[in-house]
Design a protein around this ligand. Structure first.
Ligand code: 39A
Length: 215
């Protein structure tokens, strides 16, 4: 494998239904739910996050305004399944309030937020920031997670840091023409990045389950 385009081709040829529920793979992409999911998924399994999100969804609490006004103890109880729940509860409430103070509403946040602002927020690292930018705000950012690092190491690639991996993944994809041909439609770069990352995660999870890949 010589470049990220070849990795994407390889993954697209595997039997992975990564975008069955959402074309951008992350459930309910383009919504505030992604921001919450991106924080909750830190240091835990996605399946535990789904449980927490469901607790919020059934109580109709998955909006920026509602989350911002929750009591930390109450939110903590609802997101217990995601682990580190006291810390995550405080950080989510603070983040929601910072978004409201800076941007006024979620739509304006989606349009105007940048990586620098997100990285300045407590508890938001590069992976969370890029998840929010790509999946909640539909910006052209590629998420690098543990699965990505493990898969690239498996193919013999070594990188110095997060940003170097992201650049390698983005820059090796070539031009829009090649990507449109690969997908058989006109596709935005953001959707390519989203689906690429989704395929990496689903492929790795499947391989881990089969015992072929170790995390
Ligand atoms: N690790 C993960 C996931 N696994 C996921 N899905 C499955 C749908 N998301 C959205 C984030 N992180």
């Amino acid at each position: 494998m010589n470049c990220s385009f070849e990795l994407l081709e390889f993954l697209k040829n595997q039997d992975i239904n990564a975008s069955l529920r959402d074309p951008y793979w992350w459930p309910n992409s383009g919504s505030f739910e992604v921001v919450v999911g991106a924080v909750l998924t830190q240091q835990t399994k996605w399946e535990r996050v789904e449980e927490s999100l469901e607790n919020l969804k059934v109580r109709d609490l998955l909006s920026l305004e509602k989350l911002a006004s929750l009591e930390p103890l109450f939110l903590g109880e609802l997101i217990k399944s995601s682990g580190f729940f006291r810390q995550k509860s405080l950080r989510l409430i603070k983040l929601a309030n910072e978004i409201l103070n800076e941007f006024g509403d979620f739509e304006n946040f989606q349009e105007r937020v940048d990586r620098e602002w997100l990285l300045a927020q407590k508890g938001i690292g590069k992976e969370s920031a890029d998840s929010i930018l790509c999946y909640a705000c539909k910006k052209e950012e590629m998420v690098v997670d543990r699965y990505t690092q493990i898969l690239l190491a498996h193919f013999g690639y070594e990188f110095e840091c997060y940003d170097e991996i992201a650049s390698w993944l983005k820059e090796g994809l070539g031009d829009a023409k090649g990507l449109n041909e690969l997908y058989g439609k006109e596709i935005s770069l953001c959707e390519v990045y989203a689906r690429f990352h989704g395929k990496i995660v689903e492929f790795c999870k499947n391989r881990v389950k089969k015992g072929v890949l170790k995390i």
